[in-house]
Design a protein around this ligand. Structure first.
Ligand SMILES: C[S@@+](CC[C@H](N)C(=O)[O-])C[C@H]1O[C@@H](n2cnc3c(N)ncnc32)[C@H](O)[C@@H]1O
Length: 261
């Protein structure tokens, strides 16, 4: 599986996140906090549990999971994102690593959480098996990814990208595919629910410009400044304004919970 925008592998995606981490923290992360809180609620965390936040980025999942009496470790391969996480969430520990090859012994965590990171995996079933390896017997998994497809910005933005001669290949799992990956990785009691109403909220054109220069969208930096500006203008024009007066980028969420039986 490839990441968004026809990327050439997870290392390139991660480098995009790392290089533009401040932009991510200012644009995307505040909206993903809603999904992070929902992931943590679904994980039903208990006092004394040890929790892994896989693909922690700037640490919003780790932050939502952290309370007194819980040990939270966030893993990400992007040092730029981790620098912000360490600053923002001093009570958690952050480790730079590929989440497909975790530097922890088997059975290290009672719970694995992950917020909007699994869809960047090249082999999601292998990654979910690795997350199961580090879970205790009976341990839980709670994660989110964007979806379902119909709830994303594809319908709005794909015609714009096409007009600009850019072909995007975005692989977002269906609910069925997501649960198939988890079952194939050995997880039991797999449940997937969809919330098509979640959105990325941006205050206006300035925030939109920051969002355009963050994460995997930073792939667009290979365009000339003129072509980038034209694309940005057209994407902005295609973005709806919500009842709160903010720009709303459609970005539904699939939530998965499972248990290591
Ligand atoms: C959309 S961000 C989500 C970050 C955070 N969970 C949040 O909700 O704000 C995806 C994160 O996954 C990380 N990532 C992608 N592939 C990875 C891999 N193979 N190993 C570790 N981190 C990875 C990226 O570096 C990025 O920080």
């Amino acid at each position: 599986m490839t990441g968004p925008a026809g990327s050439t592998g997870w290392r390139r995606v991660v480098a995009g996140f790392s290089d533009t981490a401040d932009n991510y923290a200012a644009s995307m992360a505040p909206s993903l906090r809603t999904m992070a809180v929902a992931v943590v609620q679904r994980a039903q965390l208990k006092v004394g549990e040890r929790i892994l936040d896989a693909g922690t980025g700037t640490g919003i999942g780790a932050s939502a999971a952290l309370t007194a009496g819980r040990e939270v470790i966030g893993v990400d391969a992007a040092p730029g994102m981790l620098a912000i996480a360490r600053r923002e969430v001093p009570g958690a520990r952050f480790v730079e690593a590929d989440f497909a090859a975790l530097p922890f012994p088997a059975g290290s965590f009672h719970v694995v959480i992950s917020v909007h990171a699994l869809h960047f995996a090249e082999d999601p079933t292998a990654v979910l098996a690795e997350w199961r390896r580090v879970a205790t017997a009976g341990g839980r998994l709670s994660l989110s990814v964007p979806g379902p497809r119909a709830a994303l910005s594809l319908k709005l933005y794909n015609p714009v990208y096409r007009r600009h001669g850019i072909r995007r290949r975005i692989e977002i799992p269906t609910a069925r595919k997501l649960s198939t990956w988890a079952r194939a990785a050995g997880w039991g009691q797999v449940r997937v629910t969809a919330d098509p109403t979640t959105v990325i909220r941006l205050a206006g054109p300035d925030s939109f410009a920051i969002w355009m220069r963050s994460g995997s969208r930073s792939d667009n930096r290979s365009l000339s400044p003129e072509r980038f500006a034209a694309l940005e203008n057209d994407l902005l024009a295609a973005t709806p304004i919500g009842p709160d007066g903010l720009l709303h980028i459609p970005f539904g969420t699939l939530y998965l919970t499972a248990r290591n039986l």
